[in-house]
Design a protein around this ligand. Structure first.
Ligand code: FEO
Ligand code: CA
Ligand code: CA
Ligand code: CA
Length: 749
């Protein structure tokens, strides 16, 4: 069953793994950010206030070219653009995409859509093949890359571009991805090769060209840019782990490459224009024999256990049973070969998964690279610090499992302005992402925190008794163990992060955590602490959901040294909650019915409007509403107040937890913008550089449809997007949607 974050079934959930300011100030910072972009105003004598009002005038200029001559001419007084002026979308259980009045949302690119002329249209009845040339499944993180009218790479291109996206997983129940097969597929081992090949191919990445004609966007079939990357695509290992003994496999005896990428979740866009993809719950696709610990007899057992692959663990789909070909054998991690180094089996295969993957979306000829310097864990997004010439860059990242950590990578290289438009984007990635320092976050109860470097020079890492690290590559491959060694802070499932372009502060969604409890027992349960301060019960119907079922959003402000700082301050920007929940214990951000949400996951600041977009992947509030997207205009770290939560302990005492709650949102600073179809997660945030078109992904609509009902569309829990007039058949499909404002304005105004 594939039901992310439904806490009641979390033990069997393969996507939910447990391995262990004032508004005025904000207005000014947005204003300044806009002014820096509006270089078409250079030399004119406009005031700052007029410049903001000029955003309407920009659209009249037709494309925002830098070459527009600035001759002040009398113009009608423009209406100032007001962000979040739309009417909030109510919570909903309808099987539709709901957006505010004045906006239009249309399906654009769904599971199975053909990417080339020779591949027929998707029939959506389980009979389709050739998924190497079709859209993959479970669209997730996504980034937009502009093209000129003539089709050349142009970052500012707002009417023609590429969408690069992750295809995280498939909707499955008992091995089979049932919507992909006519009768739902086989649910016992061995799995037929034809089913396995299809299921493998819907994972990975895709690049698809999109183009606006009139006011309508469409994908461009047969574009030379269209591309699929799958778990079988050759990918280079780059950085300190490349060539290390830990990544020697039968596929790559030199330990320099891996076969493909899988379970790609959040994304990032580098300052040099490449695409970054995080490998998340990859471990579950592999199996390991029940006697493998003894066969290995070394520290690799500690590593495998820490990363969620205990001996005897069954794989999610049984792909290792597809046949004798090596492409099936690679899903079996057992030590079965006679070699001493692993060059004759896949005992080390798992060490090639779990990285940030870099791709040039514009150039198929450039090798895709896994950036091992950024560490190996269940990656979500990768968010860059605001680049400053002559200074190092930071890449912020999280590890999405219960009680895992927050990380940042700091480059050795300092930012050069010329790299914003380089001749070779992957070579530029080599420059910034293959050398640097990886840090993990430790948060203190007083609202401060430290970034602790994960390196052999750290005495705690050298002395760690549970695992003996050999070198830096070993530290990076086993970043979770290294973070354990230094006592990093265990968080409530870090999902996406993003940097506020107005002030450089870093926002992390902490989606939920069923292992947070006032009276912990066993090693996996934790008491609430300052940075993860809630442990409560939320009812979903008659089912009690315990822990932090609704999640929160934490934010950091770097200390001295900016991106390279080793200290920071933090507070909690927002607590997810039902609006009717107890405001003293649960609804700590005083959310109203127009703002309440649960399980934040996707989060990204628009570089164009400054809006912070928040998306949910929820199973807690889904008795009341489908998942959603909200628009926010946050303040800054420290704009709220210190607060103390008191919990009665089982021993009769009081557990007092101090925390820091950001300024509570108002109707003008947080508003629900979209609600998705039944059973879907909302994810992927990307916009054209004029801010007027937004692309997001609707992942796994109808995911709770039982395999037993595959023959009866009336029993599908969702029929989206077919019920919105998109495509053949009635099986629900993950899809990219395009959102525009009917008056041509910017998204979120
Ligand atoms: Fe793929 Fe953590 O969400
Ligand atoms: Ca509830
Ligand atoms: Ca996610
Ligand atoms: Ca999630």
């Amino acid at each position: 069953m594939n039901k992310p974050n439904d806490l009641a079934i979390s033990a069997t959930d393969l996507n939910d793994i447990d391995s262990q300011a004032s508004h005025d100030n904000h207005f000014n910072s947005i204003l300044n950010a806009r002014l820096s972009r509006r270089n078409w105003l250079r030399g004119s004598a406009v005031t700052a206030a007029t410049a903001v009002m000029g955003s309407m005038g920009l659209s009249a200029c037709g494309g925002g070219s830098d070459a527009i001559a600035v001759t002040p001419t009398p113009t009608p007084t423009p209406t100032p653009e007001k962000l979040l002026a739309f009417t909030a979308v109510p919570k909903s259980l309808a099987d539709v995409v709901s957006v505010p009045a004045g906006y239009t949302a249309t399906a654009l690119y769904a599971l199975g859509d053909s990417l080339r002329a020779a591949t027929p249209a998707y029939k959506n009845d389980g009979s389709d093949t050739d998924f190497d040339n079709r859209a993959g499944d479970h669209h997730d993180g996504m980034e937009y890359y502009g093209l000129s009218a003539a089709g050349a790479p142009l970052a500012s291109g707002a009417e023609r571009g590429l969408l690069a996206m992750n295809h995280e997983a498939t909707t499955d129940e008992t091995l089979s991805s049932h919507f992909l097969h006519v009768n739902g597929g086989t649910t016992s081992l061995p799995r037929p090769a034809a089913e396995v090949d299809k299921e493998v191919a819907v994972h990975g990445l895709s690049v698809v060209e999109v183009k606006k004609t009139g006011s309508a966007w469409a994908t461009v079939n047969d574009s030379a840019f269209n591309r699929r990357v799958t778990p079988l695509t050759d990918i280079e290992l780059a950085g300190p782990v490349r060539g290390n003994a830990l990544v020697v496999t039968k596929y790559s005896p030199t330990g320099t490459k891996t076969r493909g990428t899988i379970n790609n979740c959040g994304t990032g866009k580098s300052p040099w224009g490449s695409y970054l993809s995080g490998e998340e719950n990859w471990a579950g696709y592999f199996t390991r024999s029940s006697t493998d610990n003894a066969a290995r007899g070394d520290k690799s057992v500690v590593s495998l256990n820490r990363y969620g692959r205990r001996q005897g663990g069954a794989s999610r789909h049984g792909w290792e049973t597809g046949g004798s070909d090596d492409k099936y054998a690679r899903w079996n991690l057992s030590k079965i070969g006679a070699s001493t180094n692993g060059s004759d089996d896949y005992r080390n295969e798992l060490n090639g998964m779990g990285y940030i993957v870099e791709m040039d979306p514009y150039d198929k000829t450039k090798a895709i690279r896994k950036r091992t310097a950024l560490g190996r864990y269940a990656h979500e997004s990768a968010a860059f610090s605001v680049p400053a010439v002559g200074q190092q860059l930071a890449v912020y990242m999280g590890d999405d499992s219960r009680n895992e950590y927050i990380y940042k990578f700091v480059t050795t290289a300092v930012w050069a302005a010329a790299d914003a438009n380089p001749a070779d984007r992957i070579a530029t990635g080599d420059k910034y992402l293959d050398s640097g320092k990886l840090y993990v976050a430790k948060l203190a109860a007083d609202g401060t925190g430290q970034w602790i470097e994960l390196a052999m020079s750290n005495a705690l890492i050298q002395a760690y008794s549970a695992y003996k690290f050999a070198d830096l590559a070993d530290v990076l491959v086993n970043a979770r163990l290294a973070a354990d060694a230094v006592g990093a802070t265990k968080m409530d499932r870090p999902e996406w992060c993003s940097v506020n372009p107005a002030n450089g502060e870093i926002y992390y969604t902490l989606t939920n955590n069923s292992n947070r409890t006032v009276n912990p027992s066993g090693s996996s349960q934790l008491a609430p602490d300052s940075a993860n301060p809630r442990a409560y019960t939320d009812m979903k119907g008659r089912s009690a959901q315990n822990g932090n079922p609704n999640g929160h959003i934490i934010r950091f402000k770097e200390g001295t040294g900016a991106a390279a700082a080793t200290s920071f301050t933090w507070d909690v920007y927002l607590f997810g909650a039902e609006s009717g929940a107890d405001a003293s214990k649960i609804n700590l951000s005083n959310l109203t019915a127009d703002q309440d949400f649960s399980s934040p996951d996707g989060l990204a600041f628009s570089p164009y409007t400054g809006i912070c977009w928040i998306q949910t992947d929820d199973g807690a509030y889904t008795d009341v509403t489908n998942c959603m997207m909200l628009a926010a205009i946050p303040g800054k770290v420290g704009d709220g107040a210190k607060s103390t939560l008191n919990y009665a302990t089982a021993a009769g005492g009081n557990l007092a937890v101090d925390t820091f709650i950001g300024e509570k949102p108002t109707a003008d600073t947080l508003k629900r913008f979209l609600v998705g179809p039944v059973g879907s997660e909302i994810t992927g945030i990307s916009e054209t550089p004029d801010g007027k078109t937004m692309f997001i992904n609707i992942q796994h609509p109808g995911e709770n449809t039982s395999l037993a009902n595959i023959g009866d569309p009336s029993k599908y829990t969702s029929q989206w997007p077919a019920n919105a007039g998109y495509g053949a058949g009635k099986r629900p499909r993950s899809a990219t949607i395009v959102i525009t404002k009917n008056d041509g304005g910017r998204i979120g105004s």
